[in-house]
Design a protein around this ligand. Structure first.
Ligand SMILES: [Zn+2]
Length: 294
């Protein structure tokens, strides 16, 4: 658990850890560079034998004054993801662990995602009587309109398989039930929360700022995937729709928050997944902070 002013922030893992073959996500990462990062970061972050990157999929649970907001709802259960065996037809205790934090599905007020990839919106819906229904019956689901329109356009030509099927089973059912609110990429919410455009990884990727009582946190989504990127912020990732722009955004993020008190709440760094960016000579580094429960 981490406090940002009046906000209580919990991290709820969906899958942690996941092993990522480095070459798949970062083709420019040579074995020699990887070995150097592995030696420096240690086995929590890179497997010392296989040199696979270890990442996490988790939801951020934000609470203050009776308001409960979930950001990035991960993979979800019972979803057909045949191309990703570790995401396919899962049956987990994620909702029980959410309840253990004191959060029932009915008590969630807002659901947001930093972008609409399949690993950021799975728990938006759950299977009930053979139908996908919103997991959080009383929540408004805030969607950056630019992001929604981008995927809706692609859905017209690519159909149900788009994004591993996630647009069809985790976004459209929410819209159909009337629980989606399309918002601008600079939308401001209550309690010092606001979005900021950060296009590149996807066209509608946003940063989510949490600001209160002199404390500042930023939920950075997939602008960063792994701690090694602090050393190589300009290196493009294969997961980005516009890798050049995404790299520019990543470098700018590092420059902006380096050596500040801003807490960076990442979407994929292993637990505790939150920390500060520091400048280390000609590059950056990540100093983990906070005792965030997984
Ligand atoms: Zn992701």
């Amino acid at each position: 658990m981490l406090n940002l002013g009046h906000w209580r922030v919990d991290r709820l893992a969906d899958i942690d850890p996941v092993r990522l073959p480095a070459g798949r996500g970062f083709p420019q990462l040579s074995q020699a560079m990887l070995r150097e990062h592995a030696d420096r970061l240690g086995p929590r972050f890179i497997d010392p034998v296989t040199l696979e990157l270890l990442i996490s999929f988790h939801t951020w649970v934000l609470r203050r004054d009776g308001l409960t907001i979930l950001v990035d709802t991960c993979i979800g259960d019972h979803k057909d993801r045949p191309a990703r065996p570790d995401w396919h037809q899962r049956d987990t205790n994620w909702l029980e662990r959410l309840a253990a934090l004191g959060v029932s599905p009915e008590s969630v007020d807002r659901v947001m995602c930093t972008h609409m990839h399949a690993d950021h919106l799975g728990w938006n819906t759950r299977l009930e009587g053979g139908q996908w229904v919103p997991t959080f019956p009383n929540a408004r689901y805030l969607m950056a309109e630019v992001e929604y329109r981008h995927w809706a356009r692609r859905y017209e030509t690519e159909g149900a398989g788009l994004n591993h099927g996630s647009f069809a089973d985790s976004v459209l059912p929410v819209v159909a039930r009337g629980q989606a609110d399309m918002v601008s990429m600079s939308h401001r919410l209550e309690g010092g929360l606001c979005l900021e455009p950060a296009s590149g990884h996807t066209p509608g990727t946003v940063l989510i700022h949490v600001e209160d009582a002199g404390h500042h946190g930023v939920l950075t989504g997939d602008i960063l995937h792994h701690p090694f990127q602090l050393r190589e912020p300009a290196m493009p990732s294969a997961y980005c729709e516009d890798p050049v722009e995404a790299s520019r955004v990543r470098v700018a993020l590092c420059e902006r928050f380096a050596d500040t008190a801003t807490q960076i709440l990442t979407a994929h760094f292993p637990a505790p997944s939150v920390g500060r960016i520091v400048r280390d000579r000609s590059h950056f580094d990540f100093v983990f902070t906070g005792e965030v429960r997984s």
